[in-house]
Design a protein around this ligand. Structure first.
Ligand code: BYC
Length: 477
């Protein structure tokens, strides 16, 4: 294994692919099917554009990226694993202390395959969800960023497909094909997890998605980076370095929309949503409703609050906690407990349950802490402009479809309502059809002049990779 990537091979890689002819042929066979998927479901009308993209050329923490104009279908999707850690062990669960596995332990095979398939399925799903957004991009800078996110999600699919092909034989190959067959939102053959079947119909939704949902990616990948199955751990470690930019796009994207709105509100002394909308920017109340939606569907992605699957993943050593090796406890958790929320006689209450069964909830709580810090930063932007509005994360039980809160009708404040009452008030909490119509109407057509930005979003502080903000990040040819 080298840290530099072999670009001579048809499939760039740092896993010595050329030495395993059977695997190489299997992946070369999958590659055209992947390209068919990209042409069919990747960013629309973009195939001939020159996009200023970064491509991984090494897996060293510093300097792994090269920036240049690339036509997206020619992006070098490849297989990159972070360097191995000498003497790495399984660090948690009943197998703690064994040497980390370089092959799949037979008894864990189907569990591991399921985790890898679920992870892999989200990557192409997000590209499908975002495929139309290039047509209404607010600037060349933003257009380049969505394309960067899209090609890297494509690469993350490659990362999981490599594991399936390399370690799971025939069923791995079949799963890899199925990853290209499912489609986000398809009634007959949908993506596996809920949030990945929701539409991403506009740029506010896109930025919310990259802030909230890509961050689920960060936390899930971090847990998988702790895996006792070393190839999974190493591939996730490298995926995480790419993921950081996606969350940056989300946080700054929402932040710039908020900034523009707050600027307009302060300048014109506005306070009602209608006045704000009349000036062609998005009112903070609508932003709050989008936040409520994306936060709640992303909380569902962590799975049930009480989960025997999560307990098995942990006990076997396949999926750890966030920053497992930095936590000071026994890493076995047989005696520990953890608090999870549940609804009892119309009230949300906390219950102590065995920590092993609460691992999804614990990861969700880690995630919530980080999300809250981001929302606090957005609020600072509003505060800076002297606008007396603050964004808030809704209660954990709000609008949940998975886990203890599913089937209950909980307000953003955490009050349990009847279904009828909740439905009556729903449009105050989540984007309504009218909200989507308003936001989409504002995002008609795309801004293509270098350095220009749509009225509803502030420019970024700086450009990409030291380029100026008015750099021609995309050439349409
Ligand atoms: N939607 O025991 P439970 C990313 C199912 S994002 C639909 O509570 P478990 C990215 C579950 O499958 C990160 N179904 O769940 C972001 C199970 O089904 P069965 C993706 C759901 O297994 C942006 C049943 O309910 N990575 O990378 O502990 C752009 C009982 O479930 C959902 C991963 O997710 C749902 N939301 O936990 C691009 C990591 N939740 O057995 C990329 C791998 C649960 O009854 N996945 N179910 O048929 C996992 O670790 C686990 O599968 C989950 C679920 C944490 C997702």
């Amino acid at each position: 294994m080298t840290s530099n990537v072999d670009y001579i091979d048809k499939i760039p890689n740092n896993v010595d692919l050329g030495r395993d002819r059977i695997l190489q042929r299997a992946l070369e066979h999958w590659q055209p099917a992947y390209m068919d998927w990209w042409y069919d479901s990747g960013p629309t009308e973009s195939h001939n554009y020159d996009v200023y993209l970064r491509t991984a050329i090494s897996v060293d923490p510093e300097g792994w990226a090269q920036f240049d104009y690339v036509k997206m279908p020619q992006y070098r999707w490849g297989i990159f694993l972070a360097p191995p850690t000498q003497g790495r062990e399984v660090n948690f669960g009943v197998n703690k202390g064994q040497a980390a596995w370089q092959d799949v332990p037979g008894e864990y095979r189907s569990m591991l395959r399921r985790i890898i398939v679920t992870q892999g399925d989200t990557e192409p799903a997000s590209v499908e969800q975002q495929r139309m957004l290039g047509m209404c991009a607010p600037s060349l800078y933003d257009l380049r960023n969505i394309y960067q996110v899209n090609v890297e999600e494509g690469r993350h699919l490659w990362a999981m497909v490599y594991l399936l092909h390399r370690y799971f034989g025939r069923d791995g190959r079949e799963e890899a094909e199925a990853l290209l067959d499912r489609r986000s939102g398809d009634v007959d053959n949908p993506r596996i997890l809920g949030a990945f079947n929701e539409p991403t119909p506009d740029w506010l939704a896109f930025y919310m998605f990259t802030f909230f949902t890509d961050r689920d990616g960060k936390f899930q990948l971090s847990s998988l980076a702790e895996s006792g199955f070393d190839p999974l751990a190493r591939t996730c470690r490298f995926m995480l370095t790419e993921e950081a930019h996606h969350m940056f796009v989300g946080e700054t994207g929402v932040g710039r929309i908020i900034e523009r709105t707050a600027q307009v509100m302060a300048e014109h002394h506005l306070d009602t949503p209608d006045q704000v909308r009349a000036l062609g920017v998005i009112d903070l109340q609508t932003i709050q409703r989008y936040l409520n939606f994306h936060y709640s569907v992303t909380l569902d992605l962590f799975g049930g609050d009480v989960s025997s699957n999560a307990a098995s993943y942990y006990t076997t050593g396949l999926k750890g906690r966030y920053e497992e090796t930095k936590i000071e406890d026994d890493h076995v958790l047989t005696d520990a407990t953890y608090k999870v929320g549940t609804v009892i006689t119309g009230k949300v209450v906390d219950e102590d349950i065995p920590a092993l069964n609460a691992l999804n909830e614990r990861l969700r709580d880690d995630y919530i802490g980080e999300v809250q810090a981001g929302v606090d930063r957005w609020n600072k932007v509003i505060e800076k402009h002297g606008v007396p509005f603050r964004l808030r994360l809704p209660h954990k039980g709000f609008h949940r479809q998975i886990g203890n809160f599913a089937g209950h009708h909980i307000t953003p404040e955490g009050e349990v309502l009847t279904e009828a009452e909740w439905k009556k008030r729903r449009d105050g909490w989540m984007p309504s059809a009218a909200d989507y119509t308003f936001v989409q109407a504002m995002m008609q057509g795309r801004v293509v002049e270098p350095g220009k930005f749509a009225n509803w979003i502030a420019p970024p502080r700086r450009g990409i990779h030291t380029r100026p903000i008015d750099f021609e990040y995309v050439r349409f040819n």
